[in-house]
Design a protein around this ligand. Structure first.
Ligand code: MLT
Length: 271
């Protein structure tokens, strides 16, 4: 069974999709930028049916959340603790599986720094561990300013849309996500761009990741390509596996939902 629930804590309402048995192993699904929990709509059901307690929140400012300004990726990692506790009735003792796509992967590294002992396993999906280059960070800050000046989040959606999807994605799927991205509030888009520009390098900490880790990537991911995913898996070491999903770009859970869900379930069951 899948349901949408909202819970309040620290003056914030968490809009979260939840599925699976309450006593199941907790799997936290963390979306990318400037996306929403709808990224996981077709993954939540199969994981819940496989017996996992699935928790997929809208991050601060995204999806159905209130617009949010001036946050860091560390703040978003802290929010995920609140979501686990308040929505997942998590007691802090059971360890969880964290699955993050792209910016959700950047937040995974912050989560690992702060709460690594709470992780049972980790999926780094269509993401990278390196910080932005100075030029890329500057570009993000300039884009943030432009979005704030114009009040138009669609500027970012215009720029990203073609890079997000592989060549086989349908125009309808791209339009659906264009609408979601451009519907994100400009202040949230600007805050997240600055948070990503400010994020530290996490590549050097990859060898210290000791939990089972799956690095998953779409074969045609133009933003975080398979070559980089392979390097990330090798840097983590023998506890990491690499899974390349065919006929998918950066948006693997919506471009190839069945292959993505099957690969996640087989890997989780192998642990
Ligand atoms: C995402 O999907 O979260 C973004 O592509 C991340 C980024 O802009 O680096």
């Amino acid at each position: 069974m899948e349901k949408d629930c909202s819970n309040e804590s620290q003056d914030r309402t968490w809009h979260t999709s939840v599925a699976g048995p309450e006593d199941g192993h907790i799997v936290l699904l963390v979306h990318g930028f400037p996306l929403s929990k709808r990224l996981w709509d077709q993954i939540i059901g199969p994981l819940g049916d496989a017996g996992y307690r699935v928790i997929a929140p809208d991050l601060r400012g995204f999806g159905d959340s209130e617009p949010a300004s001036a946050f860091s990726l560390g703040d978003l990692a802290g929010d995920l603790q609140c979501v686990l506790r308040d929505v997942g009735q998590w007691d802090g003792r059971r360890r969880v599986t964290y699955i993050g796509l792209s910016m959700g992967g950047y937040i995974a590294f912050e989560f690992y720094r702060r709460f690594g002992h709470q992780l049972h396993s980790l999926v780094l999906m269509d993401t990278r561990a390196e910080a932005d280059t100075p030029e890329a960070a500057e570009g993000r800050r300039a884009a943030a300013q432009k979005v704030l000046d114009t009040g138009h989040a669609g500027l970012v959606a215009d720029d990203m849309l073609d890079k997000l999807f592989g060549p086989s994605a349908s125009p309808a799927l791209k339009q659906e996500w264009y609408d979601i991205m451009s519907g994100t509030s400009p202040i949230t888009v600007a805050a997240a761009l600055c948070a990503m520009a400010d994020r530290p390098d996490s590549y050097s900490m990859l060898p210290s990741i000791s939990c089972p880790t799956l690095v998953m990537v779409g074969r045609d991911d133009a933003i975080t390509p398979p070559e980089g995913a392979g390097h990330m898996q090798q840097a983590i070491g023998s506890n990491a596996n690499l899974c390349v999903i065919e006929t998918s770009g950066h948006m693997t859970p919506v471009e190839q939902p069945e292959a993505c869900a099957n690969a996640l379930i087989s890997w989780l069951e192998s642990l």
